[in-house]
Every structure is written in C-alpha cells, then in structure tokens.
Design a protein around this ligand. Structure first.
Ligand SMILES: [Zn+2]
Length: 121
C-alpha cells in the first residue's frame, strides 16, 4: 500500500489508513488528549529535576512551557502553576543576586571602627 500524506492542510506527516495522520485524525482525539495529559505530567516532572537556578535557565524553561502549552502538550492549569512557581523563583534569584552584589560592595569597604562590616551583623 502506497503511503499517502495527511489530508490536513500544511501537514507533512504520512496518513494512517483513515487518510489523516495521528495528530489530525478526528477519531483519535481522545487518544491525543490522554497523551497530552500524560505529556504534561512528564514535563512537570522533568521541570522538577531541572536546575532553574539562573535567569537564563528560567527563561528557557518558561519559553518551553509556553510552547508546550500552546501545542497542547501541557495542561493550561499545570502551565499556570508552573508560571507562578517560576515567578517565585525569579524573585528569589533576584534577591540572592542583590545579596551577592551587596556583599561584594561591603567587602570593598574599610571596616567600621566598631568592627562591624555588615549591617545588622
Ligand atoms: Zn496531519
């Protein structure tokens, strides 16, 4: 049997016996939804294990998350929760960066007469 392309416009996948590819086949919507939900959970689990300790890593994570959500691979609710977590992480990264910069500045200052180098120390 010769392979035919999917009949959806602009789709370059090979068709199944229905004339549509797996992504476009109308009778496989349930199967796709189940796979998308599973994909969302898997992505979330991967996110847990990925180090999101730099602004660059966070940007990459959020960009990927948005694209995955648009493509239906991540549940929008999961996306929302992860975006909230990413915001919290960003705030933490910002304050630790500020702390590091402040410490660097303080290290360059001569010690105060009372021996204190840091505020509140
Ligand atoms: Zn298709």
């Amino acid at each position: 049997m010769a392979r035919r392309p999917c009949q959806a416009p602009d789709c370059r996948s090979w068709a199944l016996e229905t004339g549509w590819c797996w992504r476009h086949c109308p009778t496989r919507a349930d199967e796709r939804r189940a796979a998308a939900a599973k994909g969302g959970r898997v992505t979330a689990l991967h996110a847990e294990r990925r180090k999101l300790s730099t602004p660059k890593a966070l940007v990459q994570f959020v960009s990927g998350l948005m694209l995955d959500t648009l493509a239906g691979r991540v549940d929008p609710k999961v996306c929302n929760a992860l975006i909230n977590a990413a915001n919290a992480q960003r705030a933490l990264l910002e304050s630790s960066e500020l702390e590091a910069r402040l410490s660097a500045l303080e290290a360059r200052q001569p010690r105060q007469p009372n021996g204190r180098q840091r505020w509140g120390a």
